[in-house]
Design a binder for this molecule. Sequence first.
Ligand code: BG6
Length: 493
Amino acid sequence: MDPHVFVIFGASGDLTRRKLIPAIFQLYKNNSLPKDFALLGVSRTEFTDEAFREAVTTDNKHLKKKEGEEEQLKEFAKSLFYQPIDTNDPEDYAKVKDRLHEMDDKYNTRGNYIFYLSTPPSLYETIPEYLHRHDLNAKNGGWKRLVIEKPFGYDGKSARELNQILLQYFEEDQIYRIDHYLGKETVQNLLVTRFANGIFEPLWNRNYIQHVQITSAESIGVENRGGYYDESGALRDMVQNHLLQIVAHIGMEPPNTADAKAIRNEKLKLFQSIRLISEEEVPDYVVRGQYIAAEMDGKEVKGYREEKGVPEDSRTETYVGIKFFIDNWRWAGVPFYLRTGKRLPTKVTEVVVTFKSPPHRLFFNVNEIQSTPNQLVIRIQPQEGLALHFGMKVPGAGFHVKTVDMDFHYSDLTDAYVPEAYERLILDCMKGDPTLYAMGDSVEAAWKFIDPIINAWKNNPDITVHGYPSGTWGPAAAEDLIEGEEGWRNPCE
Ligand code: BG6
């Protein structure tokens, strides 16, 4: 890997402590960082190098140090530096440039820089422009890469505008739009499950699949992010990015090779095939909800509207359930369902592929009703793994069927090291591999699906925001989305 400086804008923020520094420290411990490497934190807070080092290493409760790692951490901290600037003042970027040149001299980093924007989205346009003014975007004299955190845009229009602005200063192959779900091993494994196994791919279409469900549940509420979340809501926070990426992995056609371009092109085609839900159709295809106070795990928890930073009359959704279709050869007529919410009973993300039943029923279960259809359950997190539900004869007289599981857990792969999502994504960016990053046109295509839903909610206040007690599986109305079928599969029941 090339020597480089990793520059974090927004270095005094929460993400730096929670995810970025722990991921980079892990890369350091795995000997995955180049020998010539330095990290420069940039933000408004007046830290010295020393104070920054302490804040993100020794004083960082998110950085889990194992016993005996103190020395390594001290060594790692020596490669961390800090430059306070006013990010809105273009002149201040000269200070960043000077520091980078100093580091190039000291660490032989040769003008290779990664700029990681871990700032409020309002700065996603400003920082690239000011980097450009100081010639910090040009590829001459070393490569330059720009990593943009989510949310990428607030709607389709703003995402398009942001893409256009970024492309004025950086080329598409320099821009890395992060979606941490793409860094999850189990999300990548969706492609391997589908395309490396002769038994699944022939069945992976409208002839054999009855429907697909994707659930991403969280038991936490909005915690201390009420201000951000109220502007965002579950649709923007989870569906536009993470869940649609999972849909793309489930639904895309096989790429001709496993390289970045081929995979990203197939994903784009999939996004373009998702049937848009019109504003008028939203009440029939989308259910939104908001958690209300209730007892969860023996503790009374606040309702969303009582959370800090949330207006008392907020109509922001903390739950969303959607039914939709993919209009292409493979998926015509197969309903896809997805739902996500805060303050649901547990933290789990899983995909359930339900296969069609055999054409003629010969056997029933002991209660003389039809047994459940075959299901492939792909657990993205936690207890990462795959389970296949199928019917087996109950021993004894007659032909009664019982549903049993074939179950694989990632934890059984004891010798395999499973990297954390940020660790994998940062490493890929350092290597210049954008496969697991979102392309600009995919992001815009994903927004096309989201926009009419947002507009319907904005323009039609009669669309109900269903209250659901914290600790339940969301509004009862979401059950009606799944008509005539089995209903949602609730993972912990
Ligand atoms: C983030 C959202 O992108 O993803 C959060 O902003 C959410 O609201 C989080 O909690 C979920 O990520 P994970 O990896 O914990 O499933």
